[in-house]
Design a protein around this ligand. Structure first.
Ligand SMILES: [Zn+2]
Length: 491
């Protein structure tokens, strides 16, 4: 039986169908396309060794530096460095491997060999890749019903497609605030799927009746030794009702590679059982999570809206508050005094329409949204360390508006402040993961030695932040880890 080589194996399939991979050119895949190693790859695939070997290698080595020694030279770009409120003058930026090696006003000589990619920026803006600090990699596109009842293989493939779309919107890093993202993260790091860097939390940890407990009333009482609920089996949310149970659940996420731990300290909008005013974990339970995380060198962040839930979490040693929309003045002052992070967002009003008129969830949504203005005012007044994340969840229609949700912050901040928040400030919070950071190295900045996550913007995003609302048109080059995923300038 003769085998038709172009149809064989994942490399050929990717090559033929994926414009992302088609732009790599100078990478290993490019070499494969030229046919140099096809017989070898074919043999390995037939023996079933290649992918298994790569996977084992990736598991041992962590994120693969897929770009190897590839060199990209951006010429004549103006830099938004992630920190400054103005663009630089014309610069040249040399990327070698996965790092920014050199930034210079003078021309940077290269050997002009076939391994160097030259990009003429034409005076356009080079900026760091955007970072979303409250993302749910696995939960953006499915409905809650599809998540709980759907096929796991389908859910993973849909999430992979969304991860590629996320990267193509210029978000090169996400901090995943709950969901079974470990497998997808690994596939992205291996280069199997194009997507952002993922800082995974693993399952959200909640209490019985808390935000994230999506069980039906007929599923209680829960008995020791009983089968887990569907949400737990998926690794989306784990239920824990004592300090000991919390410790187990936290350590299970750490075992799987969590870079930080997420608990729900109070009620939530979309969850069926928890009122907004509910405080869920006791201080002792929260402290158990903090101890387990800190023993592992990382930190706990909590979903919390109300003063009670926020204050209790801080007393237990939690380092970051997600949302905080119902905080009061005293709580804001406490957050600032203790140096706690606030990771928050302005939810779009349309999100309330996801819930039927008159429903409890809709009323909860409106109550939270009404707190947005006050929360940002308090954050500014007390100079709280404030990070940006969207929390787009179960909303495939909202995800394409990712950049718009960021640009919307100009209601409270200058465009430069917004862009600084979504790059270098967010990266400071990522660094709280310490040695559990899966991608060591500076992120969110354009400077020598930083990891090369870069966007070439067709215009000046500080003068016109709306440019980031249309990434397809305005982001001409998207680079992550030194590797080019989009290059609209290439002829
Ligand atoms: Zn969330």
């Amino acid at each position: 039986m003769s085998l038709s080589l172009p149809q064989m194996g994942p490399v050929a399939a990717v090559d033929a169908t994926c414009p992302v991979f088609a732009s790599f050119g100078l990478t290993t895949i490019g070499k494969l396309r030229r046919g140099q190693y096809r017989p070898l790859v074919l043999a390995a695939l037939l023996a079933g060794l290649c992918l298994a070997g790569q996977a084992q290698e990736a598991q041992r080595a962590g994120p693969a530096t897929l770009s190897g020694g590839a060199v990209t030279l951006f010429q004549n770009v103006r830099i938004f460095d992630g920190k400054s409120s103005t663009l630089s003058g014309p610069r040249n930026v040399l990327v070698r491997g996965n790092q920014i090696e050199r930034i210079s006003t003078a021309p940077i000589p290269t050997d002009r060999s076939a391994t160097t990619m030259l990009i003429d920026g034409g005076g356009r803006t080079l900026m760091p890749g955007l970072i979303d600090m409250h993302w749910h990699t696995m939960l953006v596109r499915p409905t809650p019903a599809a998540l709980l009842a759907g096929d796991v293989g389908h859910l993973n493939l849909v999430a992979g497609a969304e991860a590629t779309a996320t990267l193509m919107r210029g978000f090169t890093t996400v901090r995943d605030m709950g969901g079974p993202a470990f497998g997808l993260k690994r596939a992205i790091d291996e280069g199997t799927v194009a997507g952002p860097r993922i800082f995974p939390s693993g399952a959200i940890i909640t209490v019985t009746s808390g935000h994230g407990d999506f069980r039906q009333p007929f599923e209680v009482p829960r008995m020791l030794g009983a089968p887990q609920s569907r949400g737990e089996l998926l690794g989306a949310a784990m239920i824990a009702d004592s300090p000991d149970e919390v410790r187990v659940r936290v350590r299970e996420q750490l075992l799987q590679g969590a870079s930080q731990i997420k608990l729900t300290a109070g009620g939530g909008v979309a969850s069926p059982h928890s009122p907004l005013d509910a405080s869920t974990f006791t201080e002792a339970e929260l402290r158990a999570a903090v101890e387990a995380a800190e023993n592992w060198g990382t930190y706990v962040t909590v979903h919390a809206y109300t003063p009670v839930s926020i204050q209790r979490a801080i007393a237990a040693g939690v380092k970051c508050i997600e949302h905080g929309h119902l905080m009061d003045e005293a709580t804001a002052k406490l957050i600032a005094d203790k140096g706690i992070w606030l990771s928050t967002q302005a939810f779009p009003d349309e999100l309330a329409n996801a819930f039927p008129p008159g429903s409890l969830e809709r009323a909860k949504a409106l109550e939270v949204f009404a707190g947005t203005d006050r929360t940002y005012a308090l954050a500014k007044k007390y100079k709280i360390k404030t990070a940006f994340g969207t929390d787009i969840l179960f909303s495939p229609g909202l995800a394409p508006r990712h950049g718009e949700l960021l640009a919307k912050l100009v209601r409270w901040y200058s465009p430069a402040e917004v862009l600084v928040m979504a790059t270098s400030t967010n990266a400071q919070l990522l660094a709280l993961s310490g040695k559990r950071n899966p991608y060591p190295g500076p992120l969110g900045v354009v400077e020598e030695g930083a990891l090369a996550d870069l966007l070439l913007v067709d215009g000046d995003p500080i003068a016109n932040i709306k440019l980031i609302e249309d990434p397809e048109k305005n982001l001409l080059v998207i680079m992550k880890d030194g590797r080019i995923y989009k290059n609209a300038l290439r002829k």
